[in-house]
Design a protein around this ligand. Structure first.
Ligand SMILES: Nc1ncnc2c1ncn2[C@@H]1O[C@H](COP(=O)(O)OP(=O)(O)O)[C@@H](O)[C@H]1O
Ligand SMILES: [Mg+2]
Length: 109
């Protein structure tokens, strides 16, 4: 089955520093996927590239088999919940995470 999300050889440089170095993974449909690592290892940079807020230096991001590199953030089927600042303070964690899904009218399941 085509993965929901595939990152292949994803790389991002900031000047001299290599924030994300040749990262490849695929997320099968319906799965829960976590990226864990110490502070500064590149997790947020990967998330921002998947959401479209940052372009990869090289590599590809495919959603359901199609590259989204040319798709702007508001046209990608991606919801990103930021670590701080952009959260709804009156909502709990589940409500913040579910906000984009509710707006899309997705079923509760
Ligand atoms: N806009 C930026 N300009 C320069 N360096 C950055 C920028 N964003 C992130 N980095 C660097 O990229 C590396 C990975 O950062 P980040 O993705 O925020 O890591 P994590 O989310 O895993 O803590 C760090 O060394 C960080 O300093
Ligand atoms: Mg981070």
């Amino acid at each position: 089955m085509t993965p929901d999300l595939e990152c292949s050889a994803l790389t991002r440089r900031f000047d001299q520093s290599l924030a994300v170095d040749d990262v490849s993974f695929s997320v099968p449909p319906g799965s829960f996927f976590s990226i864990l690592g110490p502070s500064g290892c590149g997790k947020t940079t990967i998330m921002r590239m998947i959401a479209g807020f940052l372009a990869p230096t090289s590599g590809d991001i495919r959603i359901k088999g199609t590259s989204v590199l040319d798709v702007p953030p508001n046209k990608r089927p991606v919801n990103m919940v930021f670590q701080h600042l952009a959260l709804f303070p009156m909502m709990n964690i589940a409500d913040n995470i579910g906000y984009g899904l509710r707006r899309k009218g997705l079923p509760k399941s």
